[in-house]
Design a protein around this ligand. Structure first.
Ligand code: SF4
Length: 369
């Protein structure tokens, strides 16, 4: 990889460690009112089943804050993050309820003046001291919508420099009160500013960074926008946790997160299936084969490339580049393994044969042979 992972400090978060050389983690945020425990548990169950590694819940009022203990019992050892805006007392309550991390935006916990004034500082200090004493980290979440007034005046709008200065200011303040377990996110609906801000902030500090493109939109366009923004940063070695913000089903967020990590090569925890788009030369029912293979090997957690190609034009050459591949011929396929032609198999046996080879390769990789 051209860019190595950016060097960051390690920050504990429940059973996980964020930053350093630890895996880049996928996070998602529930949509339910947190104090509606049945709905919250049900949504979290689906997120966990999809592999979500950090569960974040919104704390809108004191009922939500007081429900966090029950939510924590439900998630078990999966880190639970409370997402706090405006009211620092909810953060104090969240810590008492046993959350593993607090996300807050010091800019909107500011004092009444709307700047990070002495009242705001005192409030954030109280949260920081409590978090420090309990050994839990905080994410400083800077957002273009809540940059302090003085910075907006200085930079005229929420430029990348304004976002970076805001984040640096909050981190310096937390460090000044003895709090070091800091993770930072810098979000903007303007992707260009967002990427620039992460780049600039990343050059100046060693804080682990949480990546997200805020309000990306519906799955489809939102996924593409997130993949470009987050993918650009990941390819530069920036990013320690990610969340794909999509409108709708949170399972899609989690799946998109792992897909982006896989496509950027930053974290591959399962086989990658490469399939041709198909065209008029197609010789097999490619879509059926690809879907069946995907389903059959979903329990395999060994990275490898599986290639399924529709015909013999480019198929053999491309299939040969994968760990295991098949190129269709009329009613049958040529099976390759690491560039070596193995045998021809009838179309109805393709899925079985591919699965067999995948499991052999997985066993070999696991045993180190
Ligand atoms: Fe078309 Fe064959 Fe290429 Fe698939 S591999 S897109 S079927 S030419």
């Amino acid at each position: 990889m051209k860019f190595p992972r950016r060097k960051t400090r390690e920050v504990p978060c429940g059973k996980l460690v964020i930053g350093g050389n630890h895996p880049i983690r996928v996070q998602s945020l529930t949509t339910t009112k947190t104090s509606d425990l049945d709905a919250t548990r049900s949504e979290i169950r689906r997120m966990l089943d999809a592999g979500c590694e950090l569960i974040r819940v919104a704390v809108f009022d004191i009922a939500d804050a007081q429900a966090l203990g029950e939510v924590k019992k439900f998630v078990g050892d999966v880190p639970l993050i409370s997402d706090i805006h405006f009211n620092f007392k909810f953060a104090l309550q969240a810590i008492d309820q046993g959350v593993d991390k607090v996300r807050l935006n010091p800019g909107n916990i500011a004092g009444l003046s709307g700047t990070f004034d002495t009242v705001g500082r005192e409030r954030v200090k109280r949260v920081a001291e409590k978090a420090r004493d309990r050994g839990i980290p905080m994410r400083v979440g800077v957002n273009s919508g809540s940059v302090e007034k003085d910075l907006l005046e200085k930079y005229r709008w929420a430029t990348s420099d304004a976002l970076v200065e805001s984040a640096l200011r909050h981190c310096e303040f937390l460090e000044s009160v003895g709090f070091r377990d800091i993770i930072v996110s810098i979000k903007s609906t303007n992707m260009e500013s967002c990427i620039e801000a992460y780049e600039k902030f990343g050059e100046q500090t060693d804080y682990p960074l949480h990546l997200g493109i805020t309000e990306a939109g519906l799955p489809g366009y939102g996924t593409i926008k997130s993949a470009i923004g987050i993918g650009t940063l990941l390819r530069q070695g920036i990013g320690d946790t990610i969340r794909i913000s999509l409108t709708g089903d949170k399972v899609l967020e989690v799946e998109a997160g792992f897909d982006i990590l896989k496509a950027t090569g930053r974290r591959i925890r399962e086989p990658e299936i490469i399939a041709c788009p198909s065209c008029g030369r197609i010789a097999i029912d490619l879509e059926k084969v690809v879907n069946e293979v995907k389903d059959r090997v979903k329990d395999v957690s060994v990275p490898m490339k599986i290639s399924v190609l529709g015909c013999a034009v480019n198929g053999p050459g491309e299939a040969a580049e994968a760990d295991v591949g098949i190129a269709g011929e009329r009613g049958r396929g040529m099976l390759f393994r690491k560039g070596k032609f193995l045998r021809r198999v009838p179309e109805e046996e393709m899925v079985n044969e591919l699965e067999k080879e995948v499991r052999l390769i997985a066993a070999e990789k696991e045993s180190g042979s």
